[in-house]
Write a protein that binds this ligand. Sequence first.
Ligand SMILES: [Zn+2]
Ligand SMILES: [Zn+2]
Length: 137
Amino acid sequence: MDIINCPTCGKIFMKNAVRDVCADCYRQEEADYDRVYQFLRKRENRAATIETVANSTGVEESLLYKWVRRGRLHTTQFPNLGYPCDQCGKIIKKGKLCDSCTSNIKNELEVFDKEQERIENFKKSAYYSQGKPKFGE
Ligand SMILES: [Zn+2]
Ligand SMILES: [Zn+2]
């Protein structure tokens, strides 16, 4: 078990699997979560965005993002919720990156793979051009 500083209030506490903040902040977060959930339960609020939820409930956007990321607030139920892409901050619903950042990274990886392949081929051809050692020499 780790003893860490609470990221919300700075108090020292024992980190565990369920809680990433101290007991006081956890209680506060749960109260906030209840408030958010009561708000979203209403039919007319189902399509609310993070901004609307934050403004209406007074709960920090970062907390809302955390709950969406962890699946406590489901984007299947509340289609306009999401959290920012790690790279560019665009609101997304799954994974860590938005589609365009994902394809950028994929392209970079492909370029990297091609480069690796080229280096490998070069090494091989250099090896073969030196000639393999023959038996009996
Ligand atoms: Zn705390
Ligand atoms: Zn992005």
